[in-house]
Write a protein of this length. Structure first.
Length: 142
């Protein structure tokens, strides 16, 4: 199976593996898809906090606090921050709520995850420009 997340495979194989798990389960297990998308996001954001010296540790060591930490928001801008928070919320809903998760929700979450990982890859890889040329512009700019 080819993946929409192939552009992260060489630089971040663990992110790629988790994103592919989310991608593969979107149609038949949207709950799992949202869970793995959130997990992928959490791994990516943890990595960002490890490598980017401009990010200050948040008041609390969890995903929500990291996403709303002022230095993170300043770094990523409102568009990426909103996408991250949507992934976080839908992942939490998938784990904690009992109502069914529609496949379209999983697809929406995967689209936002693509945009977030794409932003990270463009900013933090040596091949950022060549990734842009291979993948092309996302349908909704981050």
């Amino acid at each position: 199976m080819t993946s929409n997340f192939g552009f992260v495979r060489s630089e971040w194989p663990s992110l790629f593996a988790e994103a592919v798990r989310a991608e593969r389960s979107a149609a038949f297990d949207p709950r799992a898809s949202c869970f793995y998308a959130r997990r992928t996001l959490e791994l990516a954001i943890s990595w960002l906090y490890e490598v980017d010296a401009t990010l200050r540790p948040p008041y609390k060591d969890d995903l929500s606090a990291r996403l709303f930490e002022p230095t993170f928001r300043a770094l990523v801008g409102n568009g990426i921050q909103v996408k991250c928070d949507l992934i976080r919320k839908q992942g939490n809903n998938a784990v904690h709520k009992t109502h069914p998760i529609p496949p379209q929700t999983a697809i929406d979450v995967l689209r936002e995850l693509f945009h977030v990982l794409y932003w990270i890859a463009r900013r933090y890889t040596r091949a950022g420009l060549s990734i842009y040329q291979r993948v092309g512009s996302p349908s909704t700019p981050p």
